[in-house]
Every structure is written in structure tokens, then in C-alpha cells.
Design a protein around this ligand. Sequence first.
Ligand code: AMP
Ligand code: ZN
Length: 440
Amino acid sequence: MPKGDFWNPEMELLDRGEIEALQMKRLREVLERCERSPFYREWFREAGFYPHKVCSLADLRSLPPMDKDTLRGGDPRRFLTVPLEDVVRLHSSSGTTGQATVVFHTARDIEAWTELVARCMYMTGVRRSDVFQNMMGYGLFTGGLGFHYAAERIGCLVIPAGSGNSRRQIQLMRDFGTTVIHVIPSYALYLLDVFRELGLDPKRDTALRIALIGAEPHTESLRLRLEESYGFKAYNSYGLSEMSGPGVAFECPFQEGMHVWEDSFILEVLDPDSLEPVPVGEEGELVFTSLHREGMPLLRYRTRDLAYVYPDTCRCGRSHRRISRIKGRTDDMFIVKGVNIFPMQVERVLLGILGVGSNYQIVLDTVGSRDEMRVLVEVSGDIWHGEVRELNRLRRRITEQLRREILVTPLVELVEPGTLPAGEGKAVRVVDKREHVREE
Ligand code: AMP
Ligand code: ZN
């Protein structure tokens, strides 16, 4: 139950010493639990890591970090530290077979996650009197159900609108007096056009006061533009399926970085090459250990997300450390419309299609207010010089197969062989021209 301005004052107001003591206690429990999982028994043995010898958080660093590849390499059930009967749900990161990573949750995991997201929402000012419209994809994505449960826990009236269907979203907002939305920032930008087409002004014609935005990188200027146009406050929300989903780090009303809930996660910021910790304030890769997950805890999970830690303590009184916006990635993954995509997925599809040549390029751009993904594909000489009908057929086939693999429909353009920049060294596979993604 919330007390005053805090959802969970006992956890939110811990001081640094208390946070570290609690982390150590929980880490011991997690390590003990991990020994029940076939994966971890092997992982520990191979690394010569003795969990019962861990006496400090620094000791954890003798364990090699894990990443998406570790998760993908076999049956995800081998990570379980509980019998399969105790698992009540699975979620999966965006990306289809091969690229997807599966995370299992017990009832207690869902409970802990719900509490954490409720804590984040409450921190931004969401209350039981609010009408919460969740404009994120439901299903395997974590942004749907994760926020849904949390908003119900707070006691909001929840509208599970899901993603897309813009006119209906606006209709719902107006019919039911939506005050809080959870939305992908690029979609919130696009929705402004739809408001305009309908002759509506979100500031005047809706009751929106808070937006929770996340799931993809975005700039401070995009946030300001959204706040100005909608008349709401927009709070940055960071999470990843492997750490349950949203609720890992969230902005407080001061909007100076996102608090990482350190009672539930151990945060490390590492140099992606040396894997040594970087000094406070310097950019590095975020690495998390989950402390509240029962079914499938993850230890030292490399997110590939780059950010830095703020050196000072927040004015809100919480001493959970704050991370900056996500500045980029250490791998080539990119996010379009909230969906994670790896160039490898595109490559694999193209390689399997007859008539496709030897080179391709992905171009991301903002057209109007919408994100557009173009895939330029060199075709073979015969196709290029052949019939237009054949070219069109090929383009349709590529579009359809890509859509099935990456869950986003790209604009496919076929180009003449030899016209794309050739791969001298590492070919530039992705050209990202979207202005709201990265600050110069
Ligand atoms: P998923 O596992 O599908 O939920 O995707 C998680 C990834 O989305 C993270 O590793 C980040 O790269 C990205 N992401 C999530 N939230 C944010 C955010 N607020 N800002 C930037 N990137 C984000
Ligand atoms: Zn704060």
C-alpha cells in the first residue's frame, strides 16, 4: 500500500549502506537458488566459480557475464531454478525464432515485477483516480501486461488499447477521459499528425497529464516536443525482457536520469571491451543481475545498452543510482516502432531468396513524423535486366518474408548490382537518419 508520496517507502528510501547490505543478502539467496538450475551448475563449474565463497559484491565479478547468445544457446528451460509446474508465464524479447530470448516467470516473479512497475508509475504521480491507456503491444512483449498489471495494482481504470489504430486511440482518450498513457515516443510523435487531421488539439481536447515513454531510444528534444504539444509530462521508462521488462529504471519527477531499483537489480557499468567497471559518470555498458527473480534469475547480464551513472544523489530523496538516457548500443541491434531488429535477421532472409544479389543496406529515416525502414537490395544481373513484372514479384516476396521475420513491414527497393557501398572492411549495414533517436 502506498504511503504518502512513495509507493514503497521502505525500499525507495533505503540509504546506500542499506541498499548494499540488502543486495548482498539477496545475492546470496539468488546464487544458492541458481545451483538448482542445470545451466548455472555448468556455468559455475566451467568458470571455477564457487557461489558460497561470494562475500562481497566485487566477488561476483569473477563470474563471466552472460548475454543474449548465452540465452539463445539451447533450451531456455535449463535456466529454471524451479520445476516447470511453478512457471505461470513466459515472455519473449522482440524478434522471431532464432533471435528471440525466452524468460519464464513464476507467480512470485509476476508479483514482484508488478510491484516494481507500480512503484515507477506511482513515482511519476499516477494515482488510483487516473485513467490509464496502455498503447503498447500486448502479447509476448513485456510493455503490455507489465504496465497493465501495475496500473490495476495502483487502482487506475485501465484501458488495454494495445498498439496501433490511431483514430480509435484518440477516441478512447476522449470518451473515457484518459489521463495517463504508456506509449512508444516515435508513435506519440506520429499521433500528433492524426490529432491534427481530426482537427483536434491534444492539449485542449484531452485530459492527458502524464505519459510514460520508453522501449526505444529517443532524445531530450523529442521529449520536450511531446510535452509541449500534448501538455503532459513525459517520463522515460527503461527495461528489457531479460530483466522482466519495464520497471528496471525510471525517471522520478525531477527528470534527471532514471533511478535503477537497486533493491531488485545489481547494476554494473562496464567497458564493453575490457569488461572492467568504468569510473562513475563515464559511459559504459549496463550489466544487470536480477535479485528478485525466482524462476529464472540472470546473473551479470550484458544488455549491450550504453549509458552513464549520475555522480550525485537525486533531489527526490531516493538514493537508488540514476542512469542517463540510453546513448546507443554495443551491438548492431536497432529498434523500429518498438521492435528490436538485428541486421543478421534481414541478411538471413535475403540469402534465402533467389534473385537477390550480394549486397544490401538498411536505411532508417523519419518521413513526416513516422519512422520508416527501407531495405535496399541489390538483385542479380539477369533479374535487373529482365522483366519489370519479375522485379515486382521479387520485391513483394522480399517484403513479405522480411515482415514475417522482423514483425515490421519495410519498404523494399531493388537496386542495380554493384551500386551499394561495397564491404571494404565492415560494411555499413544500417544507416540511421532518424533525428529523434540520437542527439548530435
Ligand atoms: P525488449 O527486451 O524487447 O523489451 O527490448 C529491450 C531493449 O529496448 C533495451 O535493451 C534497450 O535497447 C531498448 N529500450 C528499452 N527502453 C528504452 C528506453 N527508455 N530508452 C532507450 N532504449 C530503450
Ligand atoms: Zn529522483
